[in-house]
Design a protein around this ligand. Structure first.
Ligand code: FAD
Length: 510
């Protein structure tokens, strides 16, 4: 299947896309073998290294090929057509070293590790998650004690992809217990832990529900000494480094789901074109065509989101929203697509004689690894509402003079008279146009030239008199206000609030 090279890709990126596709095509049978033998695909991974593709995001100065995050995604997409063990091992090496070293490593650290990573001679791992700290990554318990030019690590990590096969692990540990450091997220530091460090052992390898052949496990650190030179950034920079790497991780993770989506569509279509039921090919049933149409739509949308976020990263932007959406959308689209592909193939789709059921088993891991879908939504709510803050401002509303309807206005008539009476009148007017809603300070200041302090004072007086009801934040600051029924009565006569549609017969009301 030829997938589109996007028009903004460089010639070098387009060339790699073509080469990576050829490589993946040739290795598809090996990918299916992995699903059956559960053996880690070390031979093709070595070849990926020899081709220099581990150096996709590494600049040429450090031995890479410098085709950016987009280049990494191109490689990950094609490798993911082969098997998840291959693509995950590749991607985790990228975000378990490359991104952090490039952004936070000093010159010596970059020169020491990046050229070897670029050639595939060093496999990376990332150690954030612990037995008792998952989504709440700031709750990491593993400690790093500074002692005689080294940091002594104590604790456990789990769900570490590439456990045992990695040569370096980018690990986050606690370097401070001070509440003030924790409050400012300055309690963590980042380290590169090398394989063979005394006191560091692999504790367990997980038997995962999918991602067959990929070593993922628990690591134990018992007075494991890491030299000071292996610390990334300064002590206390750990959280910043961790969070900074997340866009890259989520983006690359999304790219690694595109391949199986392409393959599943290929199998669904190929199967339905060759299967005859009730005298017709099953692809001729519109119900199957619609399923395939939806699969194509999901794949193309996921692909666009992924490469758009990658492009923004290559433009040195910080696309928190775009990378988070790419990860969330792609993992959920993948999860929806696989059962549909199986359904189009009927019973055959659910046998292990085709790889689609294996992709379906992989799908759940995609909604958990690199942050769960719930965490993606938490990020999107927080960042999305912040990014759209200007667009999300509630428009001032007033009763239209001719129509008598409450509608928004871009030209609120400001009053300079600021008093208890005018504030109460404002709250009463709000009851007319937004019945049931409180007003915040900004809402009120769109009608009244005043300050937050002055407003708060007046609102507190109104509250004391029982004319206003206030809502406060945890520190006691006023966040919202409305008139009480007593306040509404004091502000205006009942007729002011009354409104009836034309079709209501007035005589029925009394
Ligand atoms: C296959 C695989 C590979 C992985 N590879 C790595 C790796 O290489 N390195 C690494 O460090 N980690 C890795 N992880 C760990 C992964 O990042 C965590 O599994 C993930 O962050 C969730 O943590 P948890 O499993 O402890 O779930 P928990 O945090 O215990 O969450 C359980 C459930 O509660 C929900 N939840 C938690 N908190 C909230 C909240 N505040 N609001 C709403 N819902 C909430 C979660 O969304 C989830 O549904 C991997 C995981 C998997 C499955």
């Amino acid at each position: 299947m030829i997938m589109e090279s996007y028009h903004w890709w460089s010639q070098k990126q387009k060339d790699i896309a073509r080469e990576a596709k050829k490589f993946a095509d040739a290795n598809l049978p090996m990918g299916e073998e992995v699903m059956l033998t559960k053996e880690f695909p070390s031979v093709p991974l070595k070849e990926v290294g020899e081709r220099g593709w581990f150096g996709a995001a590494i600049p040429e100065d450090y031995g890479g090929i410098g085709i950016g995050v987009t280049g990494c995604c191109i490689v990950a997409e094609e490798l993911s057509r082969v098997c998840s063990a291959l693509t995950c091992s590749y991607s985790v090496t990228m975000f378990g070293g490359v991104e952090q070293l490039l952004k936070f490593g000093n010159e010596e650290q970059k020169k020491r590790w990046l050229p070897e990573i670029a050639k595939g001679q060093i496999i990376g791992g990332i150690c954030i998650t612990e037995p008792y700290a998952g989504s709440d990554a700031a709750g990491i318990e593993t400690t790093a004690r500074h002692e005689k030019g080294a940091y002594m690590l104590n604790g456990k990590k789990r769900f570490t992809t590439n456990a045992g096969i990695a040569d370096i692990y980018c690990l986050y540990a606690k370097t401070s217990d001070k509440p003030e450091d924790k409050a400012k997220y300055r309690h963590l530091s980042a380290f590169i832990v090398e394989k063979g460090t005394p006191g560091f052992s692999v504790e367990r390898i997980n038997e995962l529900g999918g991602w067959i052949g990929l070593p993922n496990g628990y690591l134990d650190f018992d007075e494991a000494g890491v030299p000071e030179e292996n610390r990334l950034g300064n002590e206390g920079d750990g959280w910043e480094i961790l969070v900074d790497g997340l866009n890259f991780e989520r983006n690359l993770f999304a790219a690694g789901m595109l391949g199986p989506m392409r393959e599943a569509i290929r199998y669904a279509v190929s199967h339905a074109e060759r299967r005859v039921q009730f005298g017709k090919r099953t692809i001729d049933y519109q119900v199957n065509q619609f399923k395939i149409a939806d699969m194509i739509s999901k794949l193309q949308t996921a692909r666009l989101l992924t490469y758009h976020a990658a492009h923004l990263m290559d433009m040195k932007r910080d696309p928190v929203l775009e990378a988070t959406i790419a990860k969330l959308y792609t993992s959920e689209a993948y999860g929806e697509l696989m059962p549909e592909a199986i359904q189009v193939m009927g019973g055959d789709g659910w046998t292990r004689f085709y790889p689609v059921e294996g992709f379906a088993r992989d799908s759940k891991g995609n909604e958990i690894g690199a942050g769960t879908s719930e965490v993606m939504r938490m990020v999107l709510f927080r960042w999305g509402t912040k990014a759209m803050a200007e667009d999300l401002k509630m428009p001032p509303r007033q009763v239209h003079k001719k129509l008598g309807f409450p509608i928004s206005t871009m030209d609120p008539s400001m009053t300079t008279q600021v008093s208890e009476t005018s504030v109460l009148e404002l709250l009463a007017r709000n009851y007319r146009v937004n019945p049931g809603l409180y007003m915040n300070h900004d809402d009120m200041k769109r009608w009244m030239s005043t300050t937050n302090e002055e407003l708060s004072k007046l609102l507190e007086s109104l509250e004391k008199e029982g004319l206003a009801r206030l809502h406060r934040d945890r520190r006691g600051g006023i966040t919202l206000a409305r008139a009480t029924y007593k306040g509404l009565k004091k502000a205006k006569p009942l007729e002011y609030y009354q409104w009836f549609p034309d079709w209501v017969k007035k005589e029925t009301l009394s």
